[in-house]
Design a protein around this ligand. Structure first.
Ligand SMILES: Nc1ncnc2c1ncn2[C@@H]1O[C@H](COP(=O)(O)OP(=O)(O)OP(=O)(O)O)[C@@H](O)[C@H]1O
Ligand SMILES: [Mg+2]
Length: 330
């Protein structure tokens, strides 16, 4: 079966083709970062307009580069939420119209569920149950994915997500969007930081997170000094370590307390190299899984892949277009 995946929940137009026999054939991602960077945040209408502009040419490129004909596609999987409604509507309308014109089925996919299962694209032997840490631009959720793939939320951020805080602190440091990779690059320039920012809720008995106090503490520090190359690296280093300390501590605690040794870390922040290395080193007795780096941030491959998994039990073949701004999975 050949599945086309379409992702348009925010500021990435992303498509992929997955072959259930041979695996991921190819994927394309167009990021709108340059469009939104001057506004300091995503402008939903501009995002929707750019998705409309890019969907057809990106699909053409994807098909051409992978020598696939439109008529070979058997199923179209598309993001139905959560996300910005305008961008979701463009992707959903495109997916359903294309499925209708090709007389094939379509399937609605939850963006967060797709992030979580993205680790299975390359880890063929990975199966639930596992402890899942989803750390993305909009979410930080620790959950148990049970044997039947149902999700039990253990804890989540009480305020900002980890990715959001990376982006906001980066902006105050004069770094560009998305802030995560920028902060990481700065942090790598030094071995040790002279700062020691708070590690919020690291010792709390629950599995929740809170990152807004850390954000305020770092921004206050930035406002009280004259930034230069050295101080940007110095601040970035301990800020990044603070987030990683909290994420690793809580995730290992959940794994120990539940007696579940498989741990899966997904979402944009899971692209962070230090987070990956430290998880592997500090949880040596666990089995740690990440998606390929290119599938950590938003992509169409995770949508196509989950579309295939879900297609075994469920299709949506009606033409009703009904995206959701909130997750139906969590
Ligand atoms: N190397 C990195 N280190 C830390 N953070 C990173 C890195 N690469 C990307 N990020 C962060 O990942 C986030 C984007 O992730 P993702 O694309 O999964 O988010 P989203 O789709 O906007 O949110 P959600 O999936 O919650 O709806 C941004 O906040 C970005 O700064
Ligand atoms: Mg995402």
């Amino acid at each position: 079966m050949i599945i086309l995946g379409i992702e348009s929940s925010c500021d990435e137009t992303a498509l992929a083709i997955f072959d259930s026999k041979t695996g991921m054939l190819g994927h394309v991602v167009n990021s709108q970062h340059t469009i939104h960077s001057k506004y300091g945040g995503i402008v939903p209408e501009l995002a929707s307009r750019d998705h409309i502009k890019k969907l057809v040419p990106l699909l053409d490129d994807l098909l051409k580069n992978n020598k696939i004909n439109l008529n070979q596609i058997n199923l179209i999987a598309f993001t139905n939420g959560p996300g910005l409604l305008g961008p979701l509507l463009t992707g959903a309308a495109f997916a359903k119209s294309l499925a209708w014109s090709l007389n094939i089925k379509s399937i609605e996919i939850d963006h967060l569920e797709a992030h979580i299962f993205s680790a299975m694209i390359s880890e063929k032997n990975l199966k639930p149950p596992f402890v899942s840490l989803l750390v993305s631009g909009g979410h930080t959720i620790l959950s148990l994915i049970e044997k039947n793939s149902n999700c039990r939320v253990l804890g989540k951020t009480l305020d900002d997500s980890a990715g959001e805080v990376f982006d906001k602190v980066a902006r105050h440091l004069g770094l560009s969007y998305p802030g995560g990779p920028e902060i990481s690059r700065e942090a790598e320039k030094i071995q040790k930081s002279s700062y020691k920012f708070p590690r919020p809720m690291i010792k709390s008995k629950d599995y929740n997170f809170s990152f807004s106090g850390l954000k305020t503490s770092v921004i206050q520090t930035i406002n009280n000094i004259k930034l230069n190359k050295n101080s940007i690296a110095d601040i970035s280093h301990d800020f990044e370590s603070s987030i990683i300390d909290v994420l690793i501590t809580k995730t290992i605690k959940a794994s120990n307390e539940l007696g579940v040794d498989n741990i899966v870390i997904t979402g944009g922040v899971s692209a962070n190299k230090k987070l990956r290395n430290r998880f592997q080193n500090e949880a040596k007795l666990k089995n740690i899984f990440f998606p390929d780096i290119e599938f950590s941030t938003d992509n169409g491959a995770m949508i196509a892949y989950l579309g295939w998994i879900k297609s075994k039990s469920h299709f949506s073949n009606n033409l009703e277009i009904n995206p959701d701004s909130i997750s139906r999975f969590f």
